[in-house]
Design a binder for this molecule. Structure first.
Ligand code: FAD
Length: 387
């Protein structure tokens, strides 16, 4: 009998963006999908959205949503960004359109909304069951046995499963087990820069206080501020800054220094961010890492997808889009093969080169922006390429 068809139940570790979408694809192929997620259910409990409040979804990501009938609804909640709005230290704003006409744009979407939407639709298939506060601690790849901590009770149970999909993000517990096996390698490179999220609240009546249909960029060489619009009229800003050095998260160690820094470098943004000091000192400083691992599969038993397989730095806004594309390609491979191992092997071959390429491009773009500080024109050009 057909080996892929013979497996009825599969397990997905992580109900983030990629794990939730992958579950839908697997359900569509007739599998019963058990998803283990360490966080509480964000639809019932208020939890931080995680890494970024909003994200840019582009053609690759939308294509993946379209295949499972979710593109239209997602776009109803998205704000088209038709180009980049460059904010110089002084002088006029410069708008650079992404394409020849308005149909060429990327879209700003709330991460929390998208994740909840994907989970609800996955469960709506009737074949996906998501267990929350279920932290995978260990995987015996040979036997397919997962040790799962039930966080509310503090007890650990064992789950046996024929196939495990690791979509548990850049710090993946599943990858941690896979990379111990002979012939498997993983490299992780952390950037010397971190990021901090800040908010530009909506104006009266939910009005946008800057151009709504743009990705705003304040390029400044070794650091940079960007802002994406939200449905409620606010903007989420992300400040990218070195951890250490003359201008860094370490050096900006008092409210007066933070305000003075913004006054000097981002004078038009400062009055729009009323909670700057609070947010700067209370919001976590995010780290950015490139993860490259190979191979992503162990025979036909375990497969890594999304950030678990290939986390990239966010300077092209393609991490999630790339993870969504993984789901489309895996689905095609599952359609072509009768054995999991063959499908996983083809998937890895088809995706690895692309994942490495976008990872390198994202870092190169960042390094150029950081190092070539002498030429302001170069900097501006490079910074705007980011989006
Ligand atoms: P994650 O989103 O990390 O989800 C992993 C899930 O697994 C989580 O729910 C987590 O709780 C769960 N989990 C983890 N460990 C365990 C465990 N042991 N047991 C059970 N569950 C576990 N990408 C874009 O395409 N566009 C953008 O504009 C963009 N902007 C970004 C901005 C920033 C600042 C950053 C940092 C990233 C950005 N990205 C963007 C990248 C994007 O966030 C990731 O590529 C995407 O979140 C990857 O999805 P994922 O499901 O693979 O991993």
């Amino acid at each position: 009998m057909h080996e892929i068809e013979r497996t009825e139940r599969v397990t997905v570790v992580g109900a983030g963006l990629v794990g939730s979408l992958l579950s839908m694809y697997l359900a569509r192929r007739g599998f019963q999908v058990d998803v283990l997620e360490r966080r509480p259910d964000m639809r019932r409990e208020s939890i931080g959205a995680g890494r970024s409040i909003n994200l840019a979804i582009s053609t690759r990501g939308l294509h993946a949503l379209r295949q499972v009938g979710l593109e239209e609804e997602a776009l109803r909640h998205a704000i088209p960004m038709r180009g980049r709005m460059i904010h110089p230290v002084s002088g006029a704003l410069a708008f650079q359109a992404y394409g020849k006409d308005e149909s060429q744009h990327i879209n700003s979407l709330s991460r929390a909304w998208l994740n909840a939407f994907l989970m609800t639709n996955a469960e709506g298939t009737g074949r996906v069951r998501i267990g929350f506060k279920q932290r995978v601690q260990h995987l015996d790849v040979e036997t397919g046995t997962l040790s799962v901590l039930d966080e509310p009770s503090g007890t650990t149970r064992e789950v046996r499963t024929p196939v495990v999909f690791g979509t548990d993000g850049s710090g993946s517990a599943v990858r941690h087990e896979v990379e111990r096996l002979p012939g498997h390698t993983t490299t992780q490179e952390h950037l010397g820069h971190g990021y901090k999220e800040l908010t530009i609240p909506a104006g009266p009546g939910g009005a946008f206080r800057m151009e709504k249909h743009a990705l705003h960029i304040w390029p400044r060489g070794s650091y940079m501020l960007i802002a994406l619009p939200n449905e409620d009229g606010s903007f989420t800003c992300t400040l990218f800054l070195p951890f250490q050095g003359p201008v860094s998260f370490e050096s900006l160690d008092s409210p007066s220094k933070v305000v003075a820094f913004f006054q000097e470098q981002f004078p038009d943004a400062l009055p729009l961010i009323p909670d700057l000091v609070h947010d700067f000192f209370h919001h976590p400083t995010g780290t950015m890492v490139t993860v490259k691992s190979a191979p992503w599969h162990v025979g036909g038993k375990t497969l890594l997808l999304g950030d678990a397989a290939h986390a990239i730095v966010p300077f092209f806004g393609q991490g999630m889009n790339c993870g969504f594309e993984d789901c489309v390609v895996l689905d095609a491979c599952l359609g072509r093969h009768t054995r999991w191992a063959e499908a996983f092997e083809e998937f890895f071959r088809r995706r690895k080169t692309n994942a490495d390429a976008i990872a390198d491009m994202a870092v190169e773009n960042f390094v150029e922006m950081r190092d070539k500080t002498a030429d302001p024109r170069f900097l501006l050009e490079k910074a705007v390429e980011k989006a």
